[in-house]
Design a protein around this ligand. Structure first.
Ligand code: AGP
Length: 608
């Protein structure tokens, strides 16, 4: 939610900031702005709208400078408008701030600042930061920031500059992510690594309660009490090419097509077929504790939660480990009984989801090992977890999660196999059978993606419908939830994901010829049960599209087919999710929706 970028170096800051903002746009896209400093002057440009609107404005009214800050906004306080767009300034216009997060006590701070004579111009919480810094400024920007953060509550990452303490950018983090990029005689400050990959792969991940000072003299870090701290930089293995569309119309489509490779990479080092073992060196040191765990509690949000539901079935089936799956946003407010024998698995693509972080923080000292399954190295979740399995999806830019979902379920499958073998409940032969089939999954995924015409035709045929039902049972139930979420978030069409057996307890009342059902029905232990649910829908004039590897047995029961190759029943989600992603994508595209940046959403939800 909101993207921040700062640049200090020999290049034109306007270009670096603009290009960076384009790559941060997935974090928020209702307004944008940038500020650059030239000598004693600050030049500012802000617009309501997207980065392309900011770019057009800058083309019409060019500005230039030596260093600067940029911001793309996802509104929390104050409607999207030019006046509320960042950067924000103090009374004199000498201090400029861009911010991600929420200053929870901004009203009381604002009241106090107004009493002290400060004049506010916007409806945002961010503006209090500029005035607080102004109030504490006596020549050193970092000293003013250290004083200002003492009175700020909430979750925030911000960057500021002032020509009164020139050639310097100061950033502070308490919640949302902030990283520093180190290039050749240049520094970057950004909400994530994606906008700086074109310039450098050397980064420092800032932790909470840390302040970074970027200046021509070098880089310094302090904690919020003003004590200097030393930080270590990391060399990333992500490349700038990974965040290009490479001929695809949208990032989402590119990311859908990357899934076979993502699964291949996840499996490549991990499977040891001769021995029926999975190699997860990240877990070895904790093996004894992990195999003794009493239960697993999976905590996640959104698509990651759906992956968790699949993980639950894997862990129960393969590792005989009782498993619960919890929405982080609900879990954090419950009085949950957790014991030191419980394994906590937090799943998050970004590693920055506020609810997921709050939920795991609430468990500190109460639970057993905390294992993160995360796609972003150096993210908050990774830094706070005891153990981490990094998913091998590479950066995901489309707001709708696709390849990270496949990477998560691949990682969960490996974890379930590893735990099954470690706990002794999973026979070597059964492990090998699943591992062999797992190896074939990327190829089977490619078969589906190379034959997308049928999905596209169906998507075109149904793009004028306003309601859809997605049904599945057992391991296909989370896939139905995920398919419905994809359609909702990118096409704005109402879609319900439901467990097939629950239909008759209410939702069946919705069925008519205007509400088509996508039934996820691979040949597995619930095939016949799902078939009965399909028949109940057909008996009420419903239209049914079946995703199945068993067309023959469904021939006279459904209206349309989306065929998938057969696989081991536990692995079917790798395949069934693909047509559903393509279906949602094609409908959204046909309806002219903004596929990569759907309205009201942001890629990583760093506020509650
Ligand atoms: C998925 O398409 C969504 N955009 C969203 O539900 C997402 O999965 C959720 O916000 C969780 O994010 P995380 O995986 O980064 O924690």
């Amino acid at each position: 939610m909101c993207g921040i970028i700062g640049y200090l170096g020999p290049k034109s800051p306007v270009n670096v900031l603009l290009e960076g903002l384009k790559k941060l746009e997935y974090r928020g896209y209702d307004s944008a702005g940038l500020a650059v400093v030239k000598g004693k002057e600050i030049y500012l440009c802000r617009v309501k709208g997207k980065i392309k609107d900011l770019e057009a404005n800058l083309r019409a009214n060019p500005i230039d400078g030596h260093y600067g800050l940029g911001h793309t906004r996802w509104a929390t306080h104050g409607r999207p408008s030019e006046i509320n767009a960042h950067p924000h300034r103090d009374c004199e216009g000498n201090i400029v701030v861009v911010h991600n997060g929420i200053i929870e006590n901004y009203l009381s701070l604002k009241e106090r600042l107004i009493k002290n004579g400060h004049v506010f111009k916007t409806e945002t919480d961010t503006e209090v930061i500029a005035h607080l810094i102004e109030e504490n400024f006596s020549g050193s920007l970092e000293e003013a920031v250290i004083c200002a953060v003492q009175s700020m509550e909430g979750s925030f990452a911000f960057a500021c500059l002032s020509p009164l303490d020139p050639e310097k950018i100061v950033g502070a983090r308490s919640g949302p992510p902030l990283i520093v990029g180190i290039g050749e005689e240049e520094y970057f400050l950004a909400s994530d690594v994606i906008p700086i990959l074109d310039h450098t792969r050397r980064v420092v991940f800032m932790a909470d309660q840390e302040i970074a000072i970027l200046s021509r003299d070098g880089l310094k870090f302090f904690d919020f009490s003003g004590q200097p701290i030393s930080k270590v930089s990391t060399e990333l293995n992500w490349s700038p090419l990974m965040v290009e569309k490479r001929g695809f119309k949208h990032f989402m489509l590119k990311e859908i097509y990357e899934q076979p490779q993502v699964v291949r990479e996840t499996l490549s080092e991990a499977l040891s077929l001769d021995f029926g073992e999975v190699n997860l060196p990240e877990l070895e040191a904790a093996k004894d504790r992990l195999k003794e765990c009493r239960q697993a509690v999976i905590i996640a949000c959104g698509t990651s939660y759906h992956a968790g539901l699949i993980g639950q079935i894997m862990l129960e089936s393969l590792a005989a480990l009782p498993t619960r799956v919890e929405y982080a946003s609900e879990f954090r407010y419950r009085d949950i009984l957790i014991s030191p024998e419980d394994l906590i698995i937090a799943i998050s693509q970004s590693g920055e989801t506020a609810d997921t972080l709050a939920a795991i923080r609430g468990l500190k000292g109460k639970s057993g090992p905390l294992l993160a399954i995360c796609n972003v190295p150096g993210s908050s979740l990774v830094r706070e977890a005891e153990l981490t399995l990094l998913t091998q999806a590479g950066p995901e830019v489309g707001v709708a999660a696709t390849k990270t979902f496949s990477a998560q379920i691949a990682t969960l499958t490996l974890l379930a196999l590893w735990l099954g073998r470690a706990r002794g409940g999973l026979e070597k032969e059964k492990a090998i059978e699943i591992m062999l089939e797992l190896q074939r999954i990327p190829h089977r995924m490619e078969q589906i993606l190379n034959n997308k015409e049928r999905v596209e035709n169906l998507a075109y045929r149904f793009s004028s419908y306003s309601h859809f039902l997605y049904l599945g049972r057992w391991i296909s139930y989370p896939v139905a939830l995920e398919g419905a979420l994809k359609l909702k978030e990118i096409s704005y069409i109402h879609a319900e994901g439901y467990a097939g057996g629950e239909m008759k307890h209410g939702p069946i009342a919705l069925i008519d010829e205007k509400m088509p059902t996508l039934a996820v029905i691979p040949k597995d232990r619930v095939f016949e049960k799902m078939l009965s649910n399909i028949n109940e829908i057909k008996a009420r004039d419903g239209i049914v599209i079946a995703l199945t590897d068993n067309q023959a047995e469904l021939e006279n029961h459904v209206d349309y087919f989306l065929p998938i190759p057969s696989t081991h029943p536990l692995l079917s989600p790798f395949l069934t999710v693909l047509p559903l992603q393509l279906f949602a994508y094609t409908i959204a595209y046909r309806l002219g929706a903004d596929v990569d940046q759907p309205r009201n959403l942001a890629k990583s939800v760093t506020v509650e």
